[in-house]
Structures are given as structure tokens and as C-alpha cells.
Design a protein around this ligand. Sequence first.
Ligand code: IPE
Ligand code: IPE
Ligand code: MG
Length: 256
Amino acid sequence: MNEFCKKWELDPTKLPIHVGIIMDGNGRWANSRHLPRIMGHKKGVERVREITEMSGSLGIKALSLYAFSDENWKRPEEEVGGLMTLLRSYVQTDRERLISNNVCFRMIGDRTRLPVDVQTVVVNLERDTSHLTGLKLNVALSYGGRSEIVRAMQKLAQRVAVGDLKPELICAADVENALDTVGLPSVDLLVRTSGECRVSNFLLWQIAYAEMAFESVAWPDFDSAEFARVLREYTSRERRYGLTSAQIKSGKRGSF
Ligand code: IPE
Ligand code: IPE
Ligand code: MG
């Protein structure tokens, strides 16, 4: 058994394949310490590192992290600027670490809204890690589930317009292939930190059958032990996908 699974008392056969995390609570974490909000975001980056490394070590295949939403553009200019600065420095300082950990990095979201220099460092990191075979790390930046679906619909409409696709033959796989998460399986486990019980426009299509874990701890305090606790709880759930419990127990596997 994988030594990390053993260490955290996790059954590797029951772990999620794709985990999504809404990393919330940075601002409140900082406020409660009388610190500026940006300090909460800074501490949050350390947790990104820790949870990414732990996911890779446990053999989780994909980790999608919500870092900045479509709606977050409406925050005060100073906070948006501070987040872009943190992002630039993360992509640069963590480059080697990601490569040595065999992590394949991808950004999901509307990259055209990002500052041009951020777009460049992101594209470079995607290119330099695209061949890596370990954890697939998707960072959602300038991301909204609705706008991702709209962009996907535009791609499909374009294919219909040029005669490459018949409307009546459009299937779920066509939609999936037009989303930013193309090639990834659906989300198995969606975690949100800091107490809010909402999905805030994250991976709307991909979480259709995800297990939800709403945790009270703020993202800057969400360490490996917290993640292991959430994963352990997930492994005890029975995922039925519309079948009965008896069907699942008799070995019939549900899927989505
Ligand atoms: C999540 O923390 C990070 C981003 C949205 C960028 P918040 O900044 O939303 O923190 P709270 O929810 O205000 O505490
Ligand atoms: C969701 O958090 C977005 C990210 C974690 C990046 P928000 O803090 O922006 O969400 P709301 O506003 O509470 O729904
Ligand atoms: Mg928040």
C-alpha cells in the first residue's frame, strides 16, 4: 500500500479520482488576526502547495482548485492586484517544485481577462508541464462555471455552423470535450472551506454527481490532517448513482 495512504489511514481503493476545492475564507482568516486580507491569500498559497503535494503522494489523479472567480473581478482593485501579484510569484517560484513532483499544470477559466504577463507565465508553465504524468492540477482563474458552459456552447455552435456536427447528434461527450476540463473525469469530491454551503459557480457541469464536503475551517488552516480527515469521511460514503444500496453491495458499480 502507498505509504502516504497508510500514514493517513486511507483506503487507496476508495479515494476520489478527481477532487475539487473551493478555497474560501482567506479574508476572514486575516481579519480575525487583524491582518490585511492579502495576508490570508498569502497563507492560502502555502496550503495550495501542501494540499497539491499531498494529493500527488496519495495517488489522487486530478485536483481542481478555485483560485479566482469571474465574480471576484468585482473586488476592490487593490485586492485584485494583490491576487495577480501572488499568482505571478506562485507560477514562477513553484515551477521547479511542480516539475520535480511530476505535476501537470493547467489553467481553467477565461484567460483573455488576465493581465498579458500573467497569461504568458501561465501558458509557459502549462507547456513545461504538459508531458508530466503525475497529478493533474487545474487552477481555476477568472473562472465561472456558467461562462465555461457558454464558451463550450459557442464551440459546438461553431461546429454545427461549419457542418462538422449535427444538432440532433450532440451528446454529453461533445459538451465535455468543449469544456476547459476536457480529458478529465467528473469531480468525485467537492470540498469548500470556511463554512459557506454553496458552489459559487464552480465546475457546474463537472460536479453533477460529486460528494459534497462543506468544512468550517478556513482555507489558510486547511492542512494535510484536515484534508486526510475529509478524505477519510469520503471513503466511508456509499455512492449509488441512482442504484439501490443492495445493487451496489452485490457488486454492480454505478458510474456517471
Ligand atoms: C477565497 O477567500 C479566495 C478568493 C476568493 C480569491 P476569500 O477572499 O473569499 O475570503 P473570505 O470569504 O472573504 O473570508
Ligand atoms: C469563491 O469564493 C471563489 C473562490 C474561492 C476563488 P467567494 O468568496 O468569491 O464566493 P462567495 O462570494 O462567498 O459566493
Ligand atoms: Mg469568500
